[in-house]
Design a protein around this ligand. Structure first.
Ligand code: FO1
Length: 306
């Protein structure tokens, strides 16, 4: 069942698994053509000479029905022959790239080396995988999240995957953001949006790196912006967000999320488990691990905000 009051166009600022599932929920409820995903590139990394865009790929694989849902990244039914060979030959193997996933990185990197920007390459990949939701990287310019820890500054994937996010986070910065420009279509999509969501993604590593690109926050002023809490019952469904909030001096719960986004979001949606935690917050079920409940979640969130 589709939503009764279908909003015009919806833009979702997102990254990671929570963001991908939310984009999936919204497009199931409102229709693929209504939804644009504005995706974080701060997690991007070069591995074995290939450009890897984990957040774009998680959204792409989720919408194409290819995601390894259990693991939350990469392609299901993967094999690892290429990585095993690379390791044997002394190549990088700390970042697990499966054979099918590598196929995508080879194509993306080839097109980028031929001079095509990430946004154009992403459009090509969507077309080939029959993904009709519009996927836009926040920027075609490099923006890289750097994590400050007691062990020093670490590139995001070194901190997250290489060191298992064990180092406490004392700060973050988004390298390159100041000089980055929004990718083509980003400002226009936000300008045309009837509704903008800050997805239930990690704010520090997924949403704020998007908002660090000059021109993007400005395009949000006077828009109906709704944040969806990435915490349920004080915990992230996955990942180190609650620990990060604590080490960065924020309350690890929906109230901390509301304070963090401040005036940027006019409304906050929280799960029924957190009803009453933030005065005025809208309540809708936001746990959407199971693909079978996503349409219902998308519908409930859209009903709550319209
Ligand atoms: N996460 C891991 O914990 N270990 C990995 O080896 C790993 C490989 C990987 C390869 C491709 C990809 O698209 C994502 C991958 N991820 C891996 C997930 C990724 O590091 C994070 O989920 C995101 O960057 C955080 O949103």
């Amino acid at each position: 069942m589709r939503v009764k009051h279908k909003p015009g166009s919806i833009v979702v600022l997102c990254g990671g698994l929570g963001g991908s599932r939310f984009v999936d929920a919204l497009r199931l409820a409102a229709g693929d053509e209504q939804v644009t995903a504005l995706v974080n590139v701060g997690d991007d990394v070069e591995i074995l000479g290939l450009h890897v865009s984990p957040d774009l790929d998680t959204v792409l694989y989720t919408l194409a029905g290819l995601l390894d849902e259990e693991r939350g990244w990469g392609v299901s039914y993967e094999t690892y022959g290429a990585l095993e060979m690379a390791e044997r030959l002394g190549g990088e193997s700390w970042f697990t790239l499966g054979d099918r996933d590598l196929g995508l990185h080879l194509v993306r990197t080839g097109l980028m080396r031929a001079g095509r920007p990430l946004s154009e390459v992403t459009r090509h990949l969507c077309e080939r995988l029959a993904v009709r939701v519009r996927l836009l990287p926040a920027s075609d310019d490099p923006v890289r999240t750097v994590v400050e820890t007691p062990a020093g500054e670490l590139p995001f994937q070194t901190w997250f995957v290489g060191r298992g996010h064990a180092d406490p986070v004392t700060g973050l910065r988004y390298e390159g953001a100041e000089a980055a420009r929004p990718a083509p279509g980003v400002v226009e999509a936000l300008g045309a949006a009837d509704l903008v969501f800050l997805a239930p993604s990690n704010p520090f590593t997924s949403v704020l790196p998007i908002l660090a690109v000059p021109g993007i926050p400005e395009a949000l002023t006077a828009k109906h912006v709704v944040a969806v809490s990435p915490l349920v019952g004080g915990r992230a469904l996955r990942g180190p967000l609650a620990e990060m909030m604590t080490s960065l001096g924020h309350e690890p719960g929906p109230r901390g999320i509301a304070e963090l986004y401040g005036d940027l979001a006019g409304e906050l949606v929280v799960d029924p488990a957190d009803a009453g935690s933030v005065p005025g917050a809208l309540v809708a079920p936001i746990v959407m691990v199971d693909p079978a409940v996503r349409e219902e979640v998308g519908r409930a969130v859209l009903e709550a905000v319209s």
